[in-house]
Structures are given as C-alpha cells and as structure tokens.
Design a protein around this ligand. Structure first.
Ligand code: ZN
Length: 460
C-alpha cells in the first residue's frame, strides 16, 4: 500500500509538489514555489505537514520556479537526500535559483526600507548560500535511464517538450508487485519552435497530469509571419523593436525565429541585442545542448546560431546604457518578461515615447503588471516614478505558449492504451482541471479526479 499526497499545484497552477510514501520509503516529486496573489505566496512560508529530514529523495521535472522554487527552503528545513534532475535542468536551476534568491533579497530590503511589513523585518525565503547548499545535493540522470532512489522506488525521465531539460517522471514502486505512477510535469506543445515533441505517455497504474490550458485551445497562427510583419513595419519607420522576454526559453526562441526569417531570405540581417546577464547565461546553456532541440542550431563556422554574427550579448550596465542612443533597425531582447522589473524598464522609458518603435509582448501577462497595462492600451504608464507617454506601437505575438492545450494533452495521452486506475488532474485552475478531467473521461473512458491541496490518495 502506498500513499500520494498533493502538496501543491492542486486546483492552482503553482507550487507543484507531490509526496509518495510507501511502508519503506518517502520520495518527493517537485518542490515549487507558489506564485500569484498574497494568500498563495504565503503558502511558501507554511511549515510542511511532513518531516523534510525523512524524505529520502527529490525528483525535479524541470527548472521553472513553480517546480523548483522551494528546493533551497526544503534543504534549510532538513532535507538531505539526493535531488534528481536532467543535466540541462541542473545547469538552468543554478541561474534561476540564484536569481530567485537575489530578487527575494531585493524585495525584502525594499519592504523593510519602506516599512511596508506588518511583522518586521521582511526576510527572503532563502539566500544565495542556501541555494549553493541545495545545488550540492543535485544529481543528474539523462532521459530514459532508470535510477533506484529509495528502497523499492525507482524512476526514469521522459522528454516532456516544454523547456530545455523538461521531463515527465516515470516512477515505479516495488513491493511484491510493481505500481507505476507517471507524473507528466509540464507538457510542451507538438511542433514547437525549439523543443522536441513530448514523448507520449506510457501505460501506468496512475497518472498525474497538468492542466494549465485544460479548458483552452491555442489559436492556429504562424508565429514567423506575425514576427516578420512586426519587424518590417518597425524597421520601415527606422524604429527599434523591443521584446520583453523570459530569460530562459523565450529569449532563445526569439533569436532562433529571427535567424530563420533572415536565413530564408525574407528580410535583410539586422542586429539583435540580448540585454540580460541571465539570458546570456541561459543562451550559453541552450547552445551547449544541441541534442535537446528539434532543430539543428549549427550556424556558420560551427558556432551555434544563437551566437550568430548579428547577435550581441550584453552583461554590464554600461553596455546596456550604450543601447539608449542606438538607432533602428535593431532588436533589443531584455527581461523581465512581464515588465515587472529589470533592464527592460529602462528601455521602455527610452523607447515607448517614440512612434517609430514597437514593443512586442511574447508571453502571458498577469493582471496588475506593466505588460498587461500596455497590452490593454494604456497611453501613459509609470516607470521608475516617472510618467512615460506611450506613442510606440504595442503588439502581442501569439502562438508561443510552452504548454500543451487540451487537445494536445489528449494527444499526449494517446500513448496510454490500457486504462489507468486513476488520472489525477493537477497544475491548473479548478475550471481548467475539471474540464480536462471531464474530457479525458468522455474521450478515453479513464477515471479522473481533481485533488485538493493537502489531499492524500491511497494507491492500491
Ligand atoms: Zn514549466
């Protein structure tokens, strides 16, 4: 008899964390941060309902913070076991966790300075030294190789698409007979820009599947055509195209798409400036994993085309400031992706007041962010305490989501030929999770359940 407890991403999209307990072992899958409004974020501080010191191993599906963001805190609370992930996830986790520690420190300092906290002083969830302690426990395992991680518990990773290094975790419990539990992780799209198609789900006794877009269908649009249109229009005006992008994944997709447009002879070459130390690091990691991409990234002279002749990487503040006087045609890619901080804000302050420029949004913009306000048509915005008139064109590039939609989740599940005992639907708002569960039952006849936070299921 084994038990599976849903400690996060239950009727919500963040905080992924699952605890498997058998009579002989305790293994956790993912340890993500809760993100979003305050009640959700406060869950990051809650005492765990289990003893972290007694969990023998942690398996990480991929490097997004809603899957790994509480790992240093788990270590701080006493976890000492190995942390299993793919090699690319290990490399990306280092830059993402160090950045998370840095941002938390800045936020805490800001709150303390402004005396905005009710119970002083504000603290970060963990610091950079604690990130290093956690990283020392990481162990890598390539896709497809089985590893024993605790008494009677083994697992292997299957390519999930979604992001460099992202995997589904295929866990087997052995106690006389075998029980197989497949954790989808985040499932990517079929025919995506850089990531390979997700490997179809295998037969398993239990499946835990994500449902971020469980009630949605992505629009069928050609990303290259949209991008070429925006580039041509902006450059005809002599303008600069400003792209706020998440440093890991989205920035590299954008470089690749623009390289393709030029390589196919659709446009003359133009300079692309990557202005984000984190994006520069992530681009290096992307270039060093050619086996993980659906496309060949070899450029001229054996260099990755992510480092092509027209791509300029900027780390220092001086290099960033030098871009302020640059004239178009040119592209600046900088983070953060939702314009909630970072160097992109300086570029917005400089570029938005001029009608020849364009701001191109490439990802989801949460309510309350500057990115959302601009997309909603704001003509004046506040940046760094100053009012900035918006005369630049503002556009939204559709079709780059990293998550499968409902139909693609069903396609991924087409690999399952024998009915599982249960499909647990997680990692989605409740409406999306219920909708995907109902669709799986209707189209495949599988039993489904949307677990609540903290709920435990007995696995027979
Ligand atoms: Zn993800």
């Amino acid at each position: 008899m084994a038990r599976l407890t849903f400690l996060g991403a239950a009727k919500t999209v963040t905080g992924s964390q699952y605890l498997i307990e058998t009579g002989a072992a305790r293994v956790m899958v993912d340890c993500g941060m809760f993100q979003g409004d305050k009640p959700l974020r406060q869950r990051n501080w809650a005492d765990p309902p289990y003893d972290p010191a007694r969990v023998e191993a942690l398996i990480l599906t991929h490097t997004h913070l809603d899957h790994i963001g509480r790992v240093p805190r788990l270590v701080k609370q006493g976890f000492r076991g190995p942390i299993w992930c793919t090699p690319a996830t290990r490399e990306l986790a280092e830059i993402l966790l160090l950045d998370a520690a840095h941002l938390q420190k800045e936020d805490a300092e800001y709150l303390n300075r402004k005396r905005l906290t009710s119970h002083e002083p504000a603290l970060p969830l963990y610091d950079e030294a604690e990130v290093q302690e956690a990283l020392a426990l990481f162990r890598t395992v390539p896709l497809g190789e089985e590893r024993a991680v605790a008494k009677g518990v083994s697992f292997s990773f299957r390519d999930a698409g979604h992001l460099l290094g992202a995997a589904s975790a295929d866990v087997t419990l052995r106690n006389g007979r075998a029980t197989r539990i497949l954790f989808s992780g985040d499932v990517g799209r079929f025919a995506a820009v850089l990531t390979k198609d997700p490997v179809l789900a295998p037969n398993a006794d239990y499946l835990v599947v994500e449902s971020t877009y469980g009630n949605r269908a992505h629009p069928a649009v050609d990303v290259r055509d949209q991008l070429e249109g925006v580039l041509s229009r902006t450059f005809a005006r002599g303008g600069v195209l400003l792209i706020p992008a998440f440093a890991v994944g989205r920035a590299q997709q954008m470089i690749f798409l623009m390289d393709q447009i030029v390589t196919e002879g659709r446009m003359r070459p133009f300079p692309i400036h990557i202005d984000s130390p984190m994006a520069v690091d992530a681009t290096r990691i992307y270039a060093s994993h050619p086996e993980a991409h659906r496309v060949n990234l070899d450029g001229i002279g054996g260099r990755s085309l992510l480092y092509g002749k027209w791509v300029h990487l900027h780390r220092t503040r001086a290099e960033s400031e030098a871009l302020n006087s640059m004239k178009g045609p040119a592209v600046i890619i900088s983070s953060s992706g939702m314009l909630t901080g970072g160097r992109i804000l300086h570029h917005c302050r400089v570029r938005l007041p001029h009608a020849e420029n364009t701001l191109l949004i490439t990802g989801y913009q949460a309510a309350g962010t500057l990115g959302r306000a601009l997309l909603d048509g704001a003509r004046v915005v506040r940046i760094h305490k100053g009012e900035v008139p918006v005369l630049a064109e503002v556009r939204d590039l559709k079709g780059l989501s990293g998550h499968a939609d409902a139909a693609e989740m069903l396609r991924w599940l087409s690999g399952v030929t024998a009915p599982p005992r249960m499909v647990f639907v997680t990692h989605g708002e409740e409406d999306a999770a219920q909708a995907l569960g109902a669709r799986i039952t209707k189209e495949r006849g599988f039993p489904t359940h949307v677990p609540g936070l903290g709920e435990t299921a007995e696995l027979s």
